[in-house]
Design a protein around this ligand. Structure first.
Ligand code: 5GP
Ligand code: ZN
Length: 113
């Protein structure tokens, strides 16, 4: 979709180093990390938010890819958070569905919201 930052990342219009990608899913670092590790896992298809899909297979693939990425980034034992902002009131700034993977804090810093 035109003017969608994440569609532009997927098309290569905005050069981005992917941590992982396949036909359906892409993983890359957040430009403005709000945790020591802050990665976004997104569907390549433009889906505006969690409100706009019933695709259980795709949602499952995004979530399992996020977990695999967390493990690959060494977060399995230290722990991590998964955040999905939905709509403006939910803090969603980019209207292309994305799952935030946040972690890498020391001790229990991540427990503070
Ligand atoms: P939201 O608030 O919509 O849940 O999160 C959007 C996230 O996308 C923010 O954390 C923001 O830093 C990130 N972001 C926005 N534009 C870009 C970009 O061009 N590249 C990358 N890698 N991340 C972006
Ligand atoms: Zn998009």
């Amino acid at each position: 979709v035109e003017n969608c930052v994440f569609c532009q990342i997927i098309s290569g219009e905005i050069p981005t180093e992917f941590i992982y990608q396949d036909e359906k899913v892409a993983v890359f670092k957040d430009v403005h990390p709000s945790a020591p590790v802050h990665v976004l896992v997104i569907p390549k298809e433009h889906i505006e938010s969690l409100n706009d899909t019933n695709d259980k297979l795709l949602l499952g693939e995004i979530l399992t890819r996020l977990v695999l990425t967390a493990k690959e980034l060494g977060l399995k034992d230290s722990g991590y958070k998964v955040a999905i902002n939905v709509g403006k009131g939910g803090g969603q700034l980019v209207p292309h569905l994305h799952f935030h993977l946040l972690g890498g804090w020391k001790d229990s810093e991540g427990g503070v919201n």
